[in-house]
Design a protein around this ligand. Sequence first.
Ligand code: WT7
Length: 653
Amino acid sequence: MTDRTPHPQTDLLTSAGPVAAPAAPAGRPRADAEALYAQAAADRLGFWAEQARLLSWEKPFTTVLDDTEAPFHRWFTDGTLNASANCLDRHVAAGLGDRVAYHWHGEEGETRTITYAGLLDEVQRFANALRGLGVTAGDVVGIHLPMIPEAVVAMLACARIGAVHNVVFGGFAPQAVGERLAACRARVLVTVDGARRKGRVTAVKQTLEETLRTLPDLEHVVVVGATGASCPMWPGRDSWYAEQCAAADPVCPAVPLPAEHPLFILYSSGSTAAPKGIVHTTGGYLTGVSYTHRIVFALDPERDVWFCTADIGWITGHSYLVYGPLLNGVTSVLFEGAPDHPHKAIWWELVERYGVTQLYTAPTAIRAAMNWGEELPGRHDLSSLRLLGSVGEPINPTAWQWYHRVIGGGRCPIVDTWWQTETGSIMIAPLPGATDAKPGSATRPLPGVSAELLDADGTPIATGTGLLALTEPWPSMLRTLYGDDQRYLDTYFSRFGKDTYLVGDAARLDEDGHYWILGRTDDVINVSGHRLSTAEVESAVAAHPGVAEVAVVAVPDELTGQAVVAFVTPAAARTGDAALEAELREHISVRIGKLARPKKIVWVEGLPKTRSGKIIRRLLRDLVTGQETGDVTTLGEPDVMAALTAAVTPPTH
Ligand code: WT7
């Protein structure tokens, strides 16, 4: 069942009034910003062409947008360029080789300083190593690595020779990794012997081994020796990263590629159990991320130290930990660890130590830090900060105020940035210094971006609540879903036609033309800014022999934004008890990953269904959130509701 009713997270709508943009330590004069909006509105394609020309093109483009096969849009089609050359070679050629690209900070406090020249050197070697393994332009290379510099190297090495990277988040369980590698037919996988997490080491390669053997297209596995964890190596298939790099030719010229050459595939969850392979191409994606990184965060590459806390395995990591900062020649902090290890002030320690100027993180992390208490950030000098960013979910006003006051010292603008894996780069966000911030609102579409709020019939709404849509193509948009053009059309362009990209979020538009994102309208759950699909979790749970039937819903959660609640009917031979609960939690960890584990499992004898047998998730959601269950007249068996209400109501003592 696809429930199209928006289900806003209630506390997010209570807004404090507008907060005037402070006299900007970061940002641009208001008049400047207005001129930018006006310029983009007057000549959108000319505006994007101007942004694209800031990249370095091997062959300049003459066509800006080819929309003859809309919505399969193609940008800068006759130009050629290389992503890794834009991230590295041109800065080194400009004399910036000694600039630090990354201050890498390991879990136990070890550090590595990686300059632009050093990164270029290693990228060239590893690109040659990949070539030596038979990788050519268009081949897919899987990358499953923790937050270590080799992850960046592997991505850029692929880009250098036109291989398409598919980064699979390090927190995914073997089965989820295997599914994603199989779906994109990866020929090579770059992974690691072991990954550290909060002082413990997981033997990543060893754990994956069984899954890897089931992948018919996988020819080679390159293993980064990061921890010395036990690691079986298959002769002929497996090799060590360090040995590959040492043996490789140090020079690998970047291959000029057509602008529409695919740069990467990144799997994201949708409304069905099968993850969507979102495809991004070269010229348009790079244009979008470099432009947005520059203007939204008011960059000053000469002196900025940028800290994006996202994992490299998500789109935020791709766009604002790797491509955006490197394209703009900025110095970044790359932190291996968790925010609470070795202690709960580690981020603030890093801000002080590296003199971080912009911090980009997610509301869930801010809420966790709030819970840990403001004395922790108070122990560190955070005065280097001049701008704060938020991404991944709506930021509730309380967290916004805390972030502004405690982390930003009351002086740093906060940019609430709305975008998606599909959009590739930020779409809706304030321009620092120029847009009055409203805690909880991502404010306006950026210059060059056209958004509208639509009612159920697709008619634009001037103010009020509706469905968010993007109404003009933009360079960094996804081009398709890997191997499934039809699903691309069906998911994004079927409801309102090929000119209207349907986002999947509900939003409110206020009198100032500012957007307030309310949350997803499809069966996608946002846990700590990570996207999960109810269908994917359900199909994992249903595969357990102890389960007869299951329905999964999202409920608001103070810390993680949303959390998973599973309604489960045990199989005939089992009862809903602690033992089955433990088995299911473990089962979900193994099939998808820890982040998909339910916050709560409710044992039920039956699920509410329509007469045609579809589960009505809306009723379940209302039940767990304690709302009135409303109209139940479509229920097949109304009695089920009474039993369910009893199941979710805690006994009163
Ligand atoms: C969904 C996209 C974009 C990188 C991280 C997530 C939600 C994202 C915001 C924001 C309110 C937000 C939306 C969107 N979302 N940013 N600033 N305010 N909601 O990427 O996994 O592709 O998820 O995250 O619901 O559709 P993603």
